[in-house]
Ligand binder design. Structure first.
Ligand code: ATP
Ligand code: MG
Length: 360
């Protein structure tokens, strides 16, 4: 018997649309993995907070809900957003209502092209893409500051104020340099728009310069976000770790996911690097109501997300085994439609569980 028993408590929250389908698939694979591995234990507790709850009760998160959630080691999240609820209400009602109080200031989005899949970049001759996009997740353009005056009038004015504090820019920059330093190429690109936005973006440039002094072994450069979109498409190999603001990185990471093949494979980690609060892991994709309930959602983004969660929890070996199994299944052509296959969510999930059995 193995004496070292590590136990991790995971809150699961599928929420809306295909969220519950892909989170259930993720939990199924995680349970199988933990059982086969035997050196660690996973405990799951399901939270049914969603737009349905909101429509019934007027609240996404019940009273005292965050205190309950805080007791877990990590949160595996699906997607939020439903017909009948404006997107800005659902996003702020659930996802950001967890990210903000839990200080999940670093949003990390790795991108790679899976073995055997086709993708716009692979088709263009760039086979083994490997990027990590780091998104400032606490302020910036999504700080929620601003307002509307003369609502509905032809002379209405709305302001959407970006907030950039030295504190938050510095901590995300430090996180980005540390992340770049841990990767083999030690390469970081700092993305801004400091030619046109002359306050907050110039602060980003200055802080990057300052923080870089503590990381002499990291090779870094600066890019304007518009030029960055071209570079990602035309010269992807020149990139490795990328750090950008809340808005810029949101856009760049969707581009990255599409370039890598499908939004149905891309993961996100919302990290509180201080580890005071649980971090939250979710697929990049949204609730995708067009395919909800049809059993065809690609669960791979959630598998990769779950694997990133395991790395955060210190289970690197199991995380790697899980990702290898996922890639082996994808490579064999067991894929959902978005990756050019015709398998269903359940078939992909069961194939990954089977693959794990052959590895252990
Ligand atoms: P949100 O508003 O939260 O971003 P959304 O409903 O706009 O969500 P997205 O998740 O952004 O939908 O995805 C856009 C489209 O991509 C979906 O309508 C769906 O067809 C497809 N898609 C997204 N995720 C998946 C997935 N896991 N598997 C298969 N197709 C997906
Ligand atoms: Mg969308």
């Amino acid at each position: 018997p193995i004496s070292l028993q590590r136990k991790h408590s995971i809150a699961t929250m599928g929420a809306d649309g295909i969220g519950p389908e892909v989170v259930n698939a993720g939990v199924q694979v995680l349970k199988k993995l933990a059982k086969l591995d035997g050196t660690f234990e996973l405990e799951f507790e399901e939270y049914d907070w969603s737009s349905e709850t909101y429509k019934k009760t007027g609240k996404y998160i019940p009273d005292g809900g965050l205190d309950k959630l805080k007791k877990h080691d990590a949160i595996l999240f699906g997607a939020v957003g439903a017909p009948g609820v404006p997107d800005h209400i659902s996003l702020w009602g659930l996802r950001l209502a967890i990210c903000q109080p839990f200080q999940q200031y670093a949003n990390v989005r790795p991108t790679k092209i899976f073995r055997g899949t086709s993708s716009p970049l692979r088709n263009a001759g760039h086979g083994d893409l490997d990027w990590v996009i780091i998104r400032e997740n606490s302020e910036g353009e999504y700080a929620g500051q601003g307002g509307r005056s003369h609502q509905g009038k032809p002379w209405e004015i709305a302001t959407e104020v970006s907030i950039f504090s030295r504190h938050a820019v510095e901590r995300i920059m430090r996180f980005a340099f540390e992340s770049a330093q841990k990767r083999p190429r030690k390469l970081l690109t700092v993305v801004t728009k400091s030619n046109a936005q002359r306050n907050g973006m110039v602060l980003w440039d200055e802080v990057a310069q300052e923080v870089s002094k503590d990381f002499p072994d990291v090779n870094w450069d600066k890019m304007l976000v518009d030029a960055m979109t071209c570079r990602m498409v035309l010269d992807p190999k020149s990139l490795d770790t990328i750090v950008a603001t809340n808005l810029h990185a949101d856009i760049l990471s969707d581009l990255a996911a599409a370039l890598a093949g499908s939004i149905g494979i891309a993961p996100t980690s919302n990290l509180d690097p201080t580890r005071e609060n649980p971090s939250m892991f979710e697929p990049i994709h949204g609730s995708a109501f067009d395919i909800t309930g049809k059993g065809v959602a690609n669960p791979v983004a959630t598998f990769w997300t779950a694997s990133e969660m395991l790395i955060w929890l210190g289970e690197e070996d199991a995380a790697k085994i899980m990702m290898d199994a996922v890639e082996a299944v994808t490579e064999r052509g067991i894929r959902t439609k978005d990756l050019g296959g015709n398998s269903r969510t359940k078939e992909v999930t069961e194939a990954v569980c089977k693959e794990l059995e052959t590895v252990y």
